[in-house]
Design a protein around this ligand. Structure first.
Ligand code: CA2
Length: 150
């Protein structure tokens, strides 16, 4: 049975590639999804890729990852990074590895972006690699769960 990595994206990321390309690049979220699927496939992993502008929906999806025994979870919490204890509490319930991704280097940006609640539940954090951070996160999860390249 194949293993699935959940890739969750927070608010406004549905607009990726259409605004502020100097910060976030020109790739769209559909491009990110393709990259995630291609990366996961190298390790025989499936991807369940989602985006929501609603905090509670993200919480419900994290619970779904728990129920479905996801192999790992990649999350770009976007604007909820610095505010959401509800997302943090849901992530704490997962046994599978969680990797937090930010397209930009949040530590080089405004002070209010530096603190992440999500990091408390993350095995690793990728920030500043652009969308390649998602591929690095999936590769990292593959290593953590012992999934070998095919
Ligand atoms: O760098 C990241 O990936 C962020 O998580 C992106 C969030 C921001 O609040 C975090 O501090 C860092 C913002 C996502 C906004 O989505 C976009 C919408 C249109 C164009 C580009 C990004």
């Amino acid at each position: 049975m194949s293993q699935t990595v959940f890739v969750l994206n927070g608010p406004n990321l549905n607009l990726l590639g259409t605004r502020e390309p100097e910060k976030y690049g020109h790739s769209t979220l559909a491009d990110v999804e393709k990259l995630c699927r291609a990366t996961a496939a190298r390790f025989g992993l499936e991807v369940d890729f989602r985006q929501s502008n609603i905090e509670g929906e993200l919480v419900t999806w994290i619970q779904e990852a728990l129920i479905k025994k996801a192999a790992g979870l990649v999350i770009n919490p976007a604007g909820y990074t610095t505010t959401s204890i509800a997302i943090l509490d849901a992530l704490f319930m997962l046994k599978a590895p969680v990797v937090e991704v930010h397209i930009t280097n949040i530590h080089q940006r405004e002070e209010f972006r530096h603190h992440s609640y999500v990091s408390k539940a993350a095995k690793a954090v990728m920030a500043g690699f652009g969308i390649d951070g998602y591929a690095l996160a999936i590769t990292g999860i593959a290593g953590m769960i012992g999934a070998k390249a095919k």
